[in-house]
Design a protein around this ligand. Structure first.
Ligand code: FRU
Length: 492
């Protein structure tokens, strides 16, 4: 088998995973991904406070330090120098227990490098202070009382934190008001927060000079997908491919195209430091066409050599997140994805490119109709690899690719040239019956280029990320195979 060194190197990286100590499935198969981060144990959901500081990428995340189900929400913490190998650190922001019996869960939010010490939290001239802006979810007993925006700060690269003693910094008296995402707006030397009123499908934009006092500037919402509440908003400037231009993209975690599930949508438009104006109506733009990509946010503080913003998402879906067949450790994150925009039929759409090191087993294959007629087979030594496929569609009206194939078990990708539909069927992918809504078939349109279809497929024990047409279409899905290795079978 040929192992090819491939493209997409952001930094010189050598792959070794600090993340593989124990298998996490209920049976002998290891479901812990090898090149996707998941903490050693316990529950995780959304990525939080993605920020780069002094050579380290910080990944904070919703974390229950006490078990593998959602609860006691705190910020877990991992750092990486290459976005591939993550080192888990102690809990950064623990749940707060107040004297009056109320508790403050540390819900989702963001982190910024306050290099000008606008907050006044740091020694004069200190340029490396981190400020986390998060939602405090106030409860008493079983009752949820309110949500406000609060802050904490760190002078030691996120290793230890202090909660601001005058919290909250923004409270509008709502029970649902959350997930602040803050960025710096250099021309007015101010911070901008995007935050949602989830039940109203509204994102609000606030400004502040010091991260402590916030003023409402404008609102945007009640557009696009409103089948589910809006969560985890983020506004990010994204370069347009083959131009010097950039556009603003508002990403929102909300509904999925199959009603009842959560997913992510985005709006492309302009932002002038005060309000967001979307491009002309495009219908709902999905960030990911699989069921398992949610709550993604961008990194703050990226150095200039990153020409494109980077996001990381949570690989799961609230419909079955608590039921997936893992014990002790429940939850993982996507690879970091670079974002750019390209124009398709007069509108801008996102292009996502994963950050992939050359140490992941990669197959680069040019396939023709004959490979599918002859039922080409690849025996894969593990369930963790990447495939870069260029498929010549001449004499090929449709084809199938079975991943993780063992007898009747498979994750089945199929493509129809005429309809341009790529279908992913996980109904026979192994363990599927732990929750009635898990077995499912998803679809996305992938357009060939000069008669060739390009697909990059990343399989990682329980995660599959599929990038079609150079990243214009992406699908992320969880699977739970019952064998620790399987074939790849190409057929018609
Ligand atoms: C999104 C979310 C956020 C919230 C967090 C709580 O998955 O519901 O809105 O802050 O999870 O864990």
């Amino acid at each position: 088998m040929k192992i090819n060194i491939i493209y997409l190197l952001l930094l010189p990286m050598f792959f070794s995973c600090k993340n593989t100590k124990e298998a996490v499935s209920e049976n002998a198969v290891n479901y812990r991904p090898a090149y996707h981060y998941s903490p050693e144990k316990n529950w995780v959901n959304d990525p939080n406070g993605l920020v780069y500081l002094d050579g380290e990428y910080h990944l904070f995340y919703q974390y229950n330090p006490f078990g593998d189900k959602w609860g006691h929400m705190s910020w877990g913490h991992a750092v990486s120098t290459d976005l591939q190998n993550w080192e888990e650190l102690p809990v950064a922001l623990p749940e707060i227990i107040n004297d009056d019996g109320t508790k403050e869960g540390i819900f989702s939010g963001s982190a910024v490098v306050d290099s000008l010490n606008t907050s006044g939290f740091f020694e004069p001239g200190f340029k490396h202070g981190l400020v986390a802006i998060f939602t405090a979810n106030i409860t008493k007993g079983e009752e949820q009382l309110s949500q406000n925006q609060s802050i904490a700060y760190s002078s030691d690269k996120g290793r230890t934190w202090k909660y601001y003693d005058q919290n909250p910094v923004l409270d509008i008296g709502l029970k649902d008001f959350r997930d602040p995402n803050v960025m710096w707006w250099p021309s007015e030397q101010k911070w901008i927060m995007t935050v949602v009123k989830p039940l109203e499908y509204i994102a609000q934009f606030y400004e502040s000079k010091d991260l402590k006092n916030w003023t409402l500037m404008s609102e945007f919402g009640k557009m696009g997908d409103t089948t589910k509440i809006w969560e985890c908003p983020a506004l990010v400037k994204v370069p347009v491919e083959k131009s010097e231009e950039g556009k603003w993209v508002l990403i929102i975690s909300s509904g999925y195209k199959t009603e009842g599930f959560v997913g992510m949508q985005y709006f492309v438009g302009d932002f002038d430091g005060h309000s967001f104006t979307p491009q002309k109506a495009t219908g709902v733009l999905s960030l990911d066409h699989g069921k398992d990509f949610y709550a993604a946010i961008p990194f703050n503080g990226l150095p200039n050599e990153h020409k494109k913003p980077l996001i990381i998402g949570w690989i799961n879906n609230w419909t079955y997140a608590g039921d997936i067949p893992l014990q002790g450790s429940r939850g993982t994150f996507s690879m970091a994805r670079q974002l750019s925009l390209t124009e398709v039929e007069g509108s801008y759409v996102l292009v996502q490119t994963p950050v992939v090191s050359d140490a992941i087993l990669q197959e680069n294959l040019n396939l023709t109709a004959a490979d599918f007629s002859n039922n080409k087979v690849l025996e894969m030594p593990t369930n963790s690899y990447g495939l870069n496929l260029a498929i010549d569609l001449k004499n090929l009206d449709s084809f199938k690719i079975s991943l993780l194939k063992n007898e009747n078990e498979e994750c089945l990708l199929s493509y129809h040239k005429e309809s341009e539909q790529l279908t992913f069927d996980r109904t026979k992918s192994g363990k599927v019956d732990f929750q009635a809504d898990f077995p499912s078939i998803e679809q996305m349109t992938v357009t060939p280029n000069n008669g060739k279809l390009t697909l990059s497929i990343f399989v990682d024990n329980s995660v599959i990320e599929i990038y079609g047409d150079g990243g214009k279409k992406v699908m992320t899905e969880l699977v739970f195979p019952t064998k620790s290795s399987g074939k790849i079978l190409f057929s018609k």
